[in-house]
Every structure is written in structure tokens, then in C-alpha cells.
Design a protein around this ligand. Structure first.
Ligand SMILES: Nc1ncnc2c1ncn2[C@@H]1O[C@H](COP(=O)(O)OP(=O)(O)OP(=O)(O)O)[C@@H](O)[C@H]1O
Ligand SMILES: [Mg+2]
Length: 259
């Protein structure tokens, strides 16, 4: 079953008399419970694409369909997690996770119970009353993930969510997210320019070209489960990784020729 469908999406920015074509004719599909990655060279329009899907940006042409229905504007059906932690600094972990539920007027007891479940899912039990400033980067991103999941979105949209974390914390968070995906069956669209991350997490990987970003290729990832840091050295892992590296290397060579 196709959960999210993007059809012929293009976006051109007009800025101070200058026209920038960010993405061009992007089409993609994500099935229910699938974990789909997008990789592409820096500046190729990845954030533009996910912002259009999330409704934070409007397309110049094309459409986004959720369960076959066109979406316009932001909605609780699409939960977003960004690179910056975007927590409310004055609210505790518990209150941050409850925030969306409070907006939806979910009764306090039910809110607390749902928040408890998601705080536990991301391994932050014991930190309910902490403030964001008392947490490490990895912990803050766990709160951001719990807060988004607590709203039970149809699709989770993630734009380089682990980009600001150190290498070890990043691997821990990748394993956590892989585990959450397996346990909850949440449909996830995840953007990264870390190829290891893409191959470790994705069921399928869309590879974008340089700007204006188009879909250059679609790579299926078939690795033994559960995937974790041990997967990073498997021959099948390395084969997929080198195939994608080659494509991105070619894109950067071509970009250099364009200049
Ligand atoms: N609001 C905007 N106004 C004008 N130009 C924009 C705007 N947002 C993005 N762009 C341009 O669109 C292009 C694509 O940007 P975008 O941020 O989507 O790329 P990206 O692939 O996410 O880059 P990165 O890998 O650095 O995160 C860039 O040339 C950028 O300058
Ligand atoms: Mg970006």
C-alpha cells in the first residue's frame, strides 16, 4: 500500500530578481511502514523537497498525496524532525513531549500516559523533569523524536536529524531509530548526506542529482536484520555504499564542470 506519493514536484525560488531552480520533476513513493532515505549532494534541494512534503513550503508544480489525497499546508499527519533540536527550552522533557497532545486537547491523564510511553521508547525514563539545557545533543534529539511520535503522525519526515551529533552518538541514535521503526511500523522519510546512515537505515534509497535536484537512481537495500553497527562492515553493505558513493562523486564532478 502506497502511503505517501510525490508526483512531478518542482520548485523555483525567486530571490531579489534571481531565479533558483531547487528541484525539478521529483517523483517518489513510500509504502506503509517503509523506511525510505534520500541522499544527494549539498544544496541539491533535499530540504526544499521535505519542506514541501511537510507543507512548510509550496511547490511551483506537482503534488504530494497522503493515502491518495492531496495535501497542502502543514498537518499533524506529517511529523517533522529537524537537525536543530527545536525543543521549547522552558518546558521539561515531559511537557515537551506532551505539547502536541495538549494542543489537541487530550485530557491530562491520557497525555501523561502517552508521553510516558514515548519517553520510554526513546530511553529517557528518569529524565521526565529535566529541562533541555540539562541534556546532551543526543538526548535532546531523543526528546524531539518522542515529541513528534507522541502525535502519532502517519509519516515521520526527518531532515538530517543526527547531523549535529558526534559519530558515536550518531550510531547509537541510528540503532535506536531502526529499532523504533521495527517496533512501531512508522512510515519514515529520512534525508541525509551520510551514505553509511542511508544504507544502515533505509529499505530503499533515492539518490538525487546536483541542483536542480532530480531523482537520479533508486537503490534497494537488502541486508540481514536487525541492522546495527556490525552491519557497517558486511560485504553487501560495502557494495551498496560504493555504488552510491560513485554516483555522488560523479554528480560533484559534473557540478565542477558546470562552474
Ligand atoms: N527560501 C529560499 N529562498 C531562495 N532560495 C532558496 C530558499 N531555500 C532554498 N533555496 C535554494 O535552493 C537550493 C536548494 O536548497 P536546499 O536547502 O533545499 O538544499 P539541501 O540539499 O537541503 O542542502 P544541504 O545539503 O546543504 O542541506 C539552494 O540553492 C538554496 O540556496
Ligand atoms: Mg538541507
Amino acid at each position: 500500500m502506497i502511503k505517501l506519493k510525490v508526483e512531478h514536484l518542482s520548485k523555483t525560488f525567486e530571490n531579489a530578481g534571481r531565479t533558483i531552480e531547487a528541484i525539478s520533476d521529483v517523483s517518489l513513493e513510500i509504502r506503509q511502514s517503509e523506511f525510505v532515505m534520500i541522499v544527494g549532494p549539498s544544496g541539491c534541494g533535499k530540504t526544499t523537497l521535505i519542506n514541501i512534503i511537510g507543507g512548510l513550503e509550496t511547490a511551483s508544480s506537482g503534488s504530494v498525496l497522503l493515502d491518495g489525497k492531496p495535501v497542502a499546508g502543514p498537518g499533524a499527519d506529517r511529523g517533522m524532525v529537524f537537525q536543530g533540536y527545536s525543543l521549547f527550552p522552558w518546558l521539561t522533557v515531559q511537557k515537551n513531549v506532551e505539547f502536541g497532545l495538549k494542543m489537541k486537547r487530550v485530557p491530562a491523564a491520557q497525555r501523561a500516559e502517552t508521553a510516558r510511553r514515548y519517553i520510554e521508547l526513546v530511553g529517557l525514563q528518569g529524565f521526565e523533569q529535566a529541562l533541555p539545557k540539562q541534556l546532551s545533543g543526543g538526548m535532546k534529539q531523543r526528546v524531539a523524536i518522542a515529541r513528534t511520535l507522541a502525535n502519532e503522525p502517519e509519516v515521520l519526515l526527518m531532515d538530517e536529524p543526527f547531523g549535529a551529533l558526534d559519530a558515536q552518538t550518531r550510531v547509537v541514535m541510528q540503532e535506536l531509530l531502526a529499532d523504533i521503526s521495527r517496533r512501531t511500523g512508522t512510515t519514515i522519510l529520512f534525508i541525509t548526506h551520510d551514505i553509511d546512515e542511508a544504507v544502515l537505515l533505509g529499505n530503499r534509497i533515492y539518490v538525487m542529482s546536483r541542483r536542480p535536484g532530480r531523482i537520479r537512481d533508486l537503490v534497494n537495500v537488502d541486508l540481514p536484520e536487525p541492522r546495527n553497527h556490525h552491519s557497517l562492515v558486511l560485504p553487501e553493505f560495502l557494495a551498496i555504499k560504493s555504488r552510491i558513493m560513485e554516483m555522488l562523486w560523479q554528480e560533484s564532478q559534473d557540478a565542477a564542470m558546470d562552474r
